[in-house]
Design a protein around this ligand. Sequence first.
Ligand SMILES: [Zn+2]
Length: 294
Amino acid sequence: MRRGARNAIASTAVLAILIFAAIGSVSRSRAAEHHAPAPPKTVRLYVFDCGVIKGLDPAYFHLTKDQVQTTELAVPCYLIVDPKGTLMWDVGVIPDNAFKGDGKPVTQGISTATRTLKSQLAQIGYEPSDITYLAMSHYHSDHTANANEFAASTWLVRKVEWDAMFAPKPTGIIDPSTYSKLRNSKTVFIDKDEYDVFGDGKVIIKFAPGHTPGHQVLILKLAHTGTVILAGDLYHFPQERFTDKVPTFDYNKQESLASRAMIEAYIKKTGAQLWIEHDYIANSKLKKSPRYYD
Ligand SMILES: [Zn+2]
């Protein structure tokens, strides 16, 4: 080999090593540089856009197309930032890893999402590794899509729900591949009606079974907004309220009715706002992240 060619190869190799070293130090310093935002003085609620479910027949909810303003269902995800830590509540219908990086929306079945959950977290300075707790209202696949991203968080779940999710053959509207990593997560089995997530009385997970065995709602006591209930799938449409009809696919209809009665009594007593997560019209009026409720 001529000396010129050898030198060229050698200098290319040196250049490659330098580039790799530079990339390595950039990614290391980026990782070292990341700090979650400083904790706020009062609890904040961020609402993310995790997609929309289109064309579901309202007959599943004993409603007709004439009775509902739209058949579309919103799919929000929520981040709660407490002075003592963070909680992700419901994590979408389309996994982030289904996005191709081309900026295009992703459709799976009757669901579409236009943004990843991770990009929306990043916009306000958070990474999944910053999230202290993960909780989902229930295991249906339109609430679990990104659960694996939060496997390093502490998972707050009812044992009956866990048992259904990790049954040998899980049944119903469920996609175990989206939450399989939670099996090894640090887990708190909530064994009481109300669970005070941060111990400050501001973020309470309340048992409201029926839709699934361990369905739960989230009660937030916000300094300016007041008390807000993120109702999971206690209802899908506001037209279901004050009826005796629950979704055709509920796990236990009597439990669903009892949970609704209990939550309606709570609302009457406290004046809390009920946020029906899938209510497309109500959701369209909410402030979305990076804006927040406090
Ligand atoms: Zn749902």
